[in-house]
Write a protein that binds this ligand. Structure first.
Ligand code: FAD
Length: 530
């Protein structure tokens, strides 16, 4: 069996499948473990989920691990992955710096023929009964086609391609294009040391207060007292976290009760104001407007210049609150009160070109020493389609999905026997805490592979009619939500030409797992088995 990727999902499967007696190898493009925490080593890269639940329950690896912060940075995540390696002895079965380029299913042999390439250009061919791609949802950086980008003579990096040895921003004139989660994180660090910082904003991010704090040994001891239960409870929450939406409707409660919940979520910090808010906050425009207004008042109170405040938190919401990825901030809204920080609205003053010295917009020319491209990813599908995966009849996955994704249960797709994938389209993915998804979706895949082996089934494939049903279910679940009203990467809308559709299963983790477990209980009769 060949796995791709050594982030949370690939690690979970490697460990569990070995336990079950499968012969497994992993190919990983990075030189180390960690998935996105290997690549995203830009200053300020930090988890937006609390460490309490952004970790494995697997084999109690949490028992002898202490977190130093409530929201760990990338260095600490890397240390955590080294801890996993020591506990689970992972690296012995992982080929690092090995990039999987192509894979095709050989029908006669019922094998996947997989082509990989190592960092020194050596080609490796692997034959595998099952090909399991755990490439995550944010592996392929997206860089818009800016005219002149190659001509820039300063340093220029996408946040996910940041040099591993680091880049100093001290005393530099720094430009950051993009104000999503990564742009905000890097800007907060740049503002501390840079000579000047210019942020180019297309769509204002709706950031929530992180309320970071350090954790000492006593905090960690207290955390561990209830950790086993709270990690287990994650599977019962919508987002695989240790809290859930408030069952009340914002439109039904009094203004006093509404504000009481808003204030309490705001003071808790983290993603709670997004994912523990009223049950109708992401589906009823009136409820969403209450959520937005409260958020806007809090944010505007921190920004001195009313023109800048209007750009960062407009009177009329540019899209419903929470329908684009919500980011956490520590100092973001305060930065704009500092003289060396400037916000450029590229809706009204678009970027015309990148020059040798910096950025030319319609109205102004800016000079930079360092240009940070924080424009996100070809999310959710990009990691899968960057590999030239060809199914039983030679069709490529990229072609199959060019008019929209089609999967069954978010783990496989018709025409591609014995191919499985994790944290991809039509699964909870970006609406589910990463480690929770790795463990629970991962365990469903382990159940499936074990069952196939026990029944001596060598060919496993999604049925077209079930795939259609799953697509319809995904659409039905997404229809009552407000997500369609934002041009987000959730909708594939950040990539020119990409089919616009909700890429995730929006029914929440419990419903998703119920569906997968039903298939297991029924002996996978909803699949084509041979
Ligand atoms: P990844 O961690 O993305 O790992 C995938 C691995 O596959 C990578 O190591 C990659 O190198 C490898 N790979 C991909 N293609 C190939 C190939 N062709 N050949 C070889 N190797 C390949 N989630 C949260 O729940 N909370 C957060 O706060 C959070 N913050 C995030 C911040 C950023 C900047 C990003 C990009 C994502 C964030 N996520 C967050 C989502 C995150 O992806 C998951 O939390 C988690 O990392 C998913 O694990 P994974 O193993 O599925 O994927």
């Amino acid at each position: 069996m060949l796995l791709v990727g050594a982030g949370f999902a690939g690690i979970y499967l490697l460990d569990r499948l070995r336990d079950e007696g499968f012969k497994v190898k992993t190919h990983e493009a990075a030189s180390g473990l960690g998935g996105i925490w290997h690549w995203n080593c830009y200053p300020g890269a930090r988890v937006d989920s609390k460490a309490d639940y952004y970790q494995f329950a697997l084999k109690d690896v949490w028992h002898d691990w202490d977190w130093s912060e409530r929201f760990p940075g990338w260095e600490e995540m890397r240390a955590y992955f080294r801890h996993l390696d020591r506990k689970l002895d992972l690296s012995r079965d992982i080929c690092f710096s090995t990039w999987v380029r192509a894979a095709r299913f050989d029908e006669a042999e019922r094998l996947w023929l997989v082509e990989s390439e190592t960092v020194d250009g050596t080609k490796v061919e692997t034959r595998a009964k099952f090909f399991v791609v755990c490439c995550g949802h944010g592996f392929v950086p997206y860089i818009p086609k800016f005219a002149g980008l190659d001509a820039f003579t300063g340093a220029c990096y996408h946040t996910a391609q940041w040099p591993q040895k680091g880049v100093s921003m001290a005393g530099q004139r720094v430009g950051v294009i993009g104000t999503g989660a990564s742009g905000i994180q890097v800007a907060q660090e740049a503002a501390k040391v840079a000579r000047s910082l210019t942020l180019f904003q297309r769509t204002p991010a709706m950031c929530l207060p992180m309320r970071q704090r350090t954790l000492d040994a006593a905090d960690n001891r207290r955390l561990r007292e209830t950790l086993a239960d709270s990690l287990k409870a994650r599977e019962n929450s919508y987002g695989g976290v240790d809290f859930d939406f408030d069952p009340r409707l914002a439109v039904d409660v009094s203004a006093r009760d509404r504000d009481a919940l808003f204030e309490s979520l705001w003071s808790r910090g983290g993603l709670d104001y997004w994912l523990a808010n009223f049950a109708d906050s992401l589906s009823d425009p009136r409820a969403n407007a209450y959520v937005y207004e409260f958020w806007r008042d809090k944010v505007c109170a921190r920004i001195q210049d009313p023109t800048v405040a209007e750009l960062l938190a407009p009177t009329i919401a540019p899209h419903p609150f929470g329908t684009r990825r919500v980011a956490l901030e520590q100092t973001y809204y305060d930065l704009f009160n500092e003289r060396h920080v400037e916000l450029v609205d590229i809706q009204t003053n678009p970027i015309d070109e990148i020059t040798t010295q910096g950025v030319r917009t319609r109205n102004t020319e800016f000079e930079f020493d360092l240009l940070v491209i924080a424009t996100g990813f070809d999310s959710v599908t990009g990691g899968l389609t960057q590999i030239d995966i060809r199914g039983a009849d030679g069709t490529s996955l990229e072609d199959k999905w060019s008019t929209g994704v089609r999967t069954y249960q978010g783990i496989c797709t018709a025409g591609f026997p014995n191919l499985l994938f994790t944290y991809g389209p039509q699964a909870p993915t970006a609406f589910c805490n990463g480690p929770t998804s790795a463990e629970y979706q991962g365990e469903c895949i382990v159940d499936c592979l074990r069952s196939l082996r026990d029944k001596q089934i060598t060919r496993f494939e999604a049925r077209i009619e079930e795939e259609k049903r799953w697509g319809e279910l995904c659409r039905q679940l997404a229809t009552p939500t407000l997500f369609d009203q934002a041009n987000s990467w959730y909708m594939g809308a950040n990539i020119p030409g990409k089919h616009r559709e909700m890429l995730m299963f929006t029914g929440g983790l419990p419903l998703y797992l119920e569906e997968l477990r039903k298939s297991h209980a029924a002996g996978y009769q909803d699949y084509l088995l041979d």
